[in-house]
Design a binder for this molecule. Structure first.
Ligand code: TYD
Ligand code: MG
Length: 426
């Protein structure tokens, strides 16, 4: 942590032995013991952290206002037993938090006694005073932008305040081995307010995201000193809090008996987790001069590129058509492996021929209409097989090194999108 000359002295008192001089150690002589993690009852949360809460870690939970950060943290606090937890709120009153806690615990643990303490305070000096008295085993700060330290003159939420308060909490976490969770609001452009400064100060950055109008929320590790940064947890926002979703594919696939046109399933990856998602396309003659193109949950520019490929390479006349695309469940998909599923959905709607609901796709599509390989193909195939799919289309170039006899699911390979269309639509 860089301390500017003349900068405020951090409040946390046992500030370590400053006269200690560090000496270089040979790397093979350095020993360490595996941190014993605190495994919470929320398995999605543990997964994102890399296996549980690390003692003394400082974790930032970022997300847009209203997405459910306070709910997530309060719910976690209520679930953790055996230790005192201090929930510091600078945003809501005790009464509001109590009401939320009741809403959360109504179904699971009615009126059970627990070790959660609420403190409505924004001065770090006062917070540390209370911490000394209470000696909590975990501290939640809701939110870092509301705190202020007496050592800095600027207003709460300003860069220097956010930095100073985080530094004080960091010191506290490290000196006492107490895990500290900081909630931080992120601005529309995606940066956690008090720019990127926080991200490099803390051990772990988790992003809580989702579409507020949909029920699914994704908790994503953006940075993690104690685990992989490609993990993610999935929740469903319900009336009584967040429910863990351990099998995301099941909720992302709509239940349907009849075969409908314009619908396909793609085996995609979110971080390292394979999941199957549904894409819906609607292609219809344009009623007005300029055709409409709109995509929800998918990059519109990429959709336009795929449409251009279909037009130019396969001769489909789509330029006078409206094209609408929708990814089910309110997810935003960035994995290029959904390309093939998307173009098949478009052609299925255009030609009015349904694709079997037992068929899925996992391949990228290139500018010349080639079907390209994607990463972790085994995981995608295994997930599709697990969910009862009977056929998966992948790139021919993904076949190398793949033991096809291992799978029950039929694996179709293609090098050009025409091959896929011929196979599906004749
Ligand atoms: P909140 O945790 O206050 O969001 P943040 O702290 O990120 O600003 O959650 C806000 C939304 O969550 C609010 O619109 C109501 C909804 N909600 C539920 O749907 N179910 C619940 O059990 C709770 C507590 C909140
Ligand atoms: Mg909140």
């Amino acid at each position: 942590m860089i301390q500017k000359p003349g900068a405020a002295v951090p409040e946390w008192k046992g500030a370590g032995n400053l006269s200690r001089v560090a000496k270089p150690s040979a790397i093979h002589e350095i020993t360490y013991k595996e941190e014993s993690r605190w495994v919470s009852p929320d398995s999605e949360f543990n997964r994102v952290l890399g296996g549980g809460i690390v003692p003394g870690s400082l974790v930032l939970i970022g997300g847009e206002p209203g997405i459910g950060k306070s709910t997530l943290m309060l719910q976690l606090a209520l679930q953790l037993k055996d230790r005192k937890i201090l929930y510091v709120s600078g945003e809501e009153s005790e009464h509001q938090i109590k009401m939320r806690a009741e809403r959360l615990s109504n179904q699971n643990a009615p009126k059970e006694k627990n070790g959660v303490f609420i403190l409505t305070e924004t001065s770090t000096q006062n917070i540390f005073k209370q911490i000394e008295i209470l000696e909590p085993g975990l501290v939640v700060i809701d939110s870092i932008q509301t705190l202020h330290s007496a050592h800095i003159e600027s207003t709460p939420g300003s860069v220097s305040q956010v930095r100073e308060c985080t530094a004080e909490l960091m010191r506290f976490a490290k000196e006492t081995s107490t895990p500290v969770f900081l909630i931080g609001h992120i601005t529309k452009d995606g940066s956690i307010a008090g720019p990127k400064i926080l991200e490099h100060m803390v051990d772990t950055v988790l992003q809580f995201e989702g579409d507020r109008h949909h029920v699914y929320r994704i908790l994503r590790a953006v940075k993690n000193r104690f685990g992989s940064a490609s993990e993610l947890g999935i929740y469903e926002m319900q009336g009584a809090g967040l429910r863990e979703v351990s099998n995301p594919s099941e909720i992302l696939l709509s239940q349907r008996d009849e075969e409908l046109t314009g619908i396909t399933i793609s085996a995609m990856l979110e971080g390292v987790r394979p999941m199957l998602i549904e894409t819906q396309a609607l292609v219809s003659p344009s009623a007005y001069g300029t055709p409409q193109r709109s995509a929800t949950g998918f990059d519109t520019r990429r959709m336009n590129m795929l449409l251009a490929v279909l037009e130019k390479r396969c001769g489909f006349r789509l330029s006078a058509k409206d094209v609408f695309l929708n990814i089910a469940g309110g997810l935003r998909v960035e994995d290029p492996a959904v390309d093939l599923g998307i173009i098949v959905a478009i052609i299925s709607s255009h030609e009015d021929i349904a694709v079997s609901s037992k068929t899925c796709f996992a391949a990228e599509v290139g500018l010349s209409g080639e079907v390209r390989a994607v990463n972790r193909i085994e995981h995608r195939i295994a997930e599709a097989e697990k969910l009862g799919f009977e056929r998966i289309y992948i790139s021919k170039y993904n076949k190398k090194g793949l033991d096809l006899s291992k799978y029950l699911i039929k694996i179709e390979t293609a090098s050009k999108i025409e091959d896929v269309f011929t196979s599906l639509f004749g």
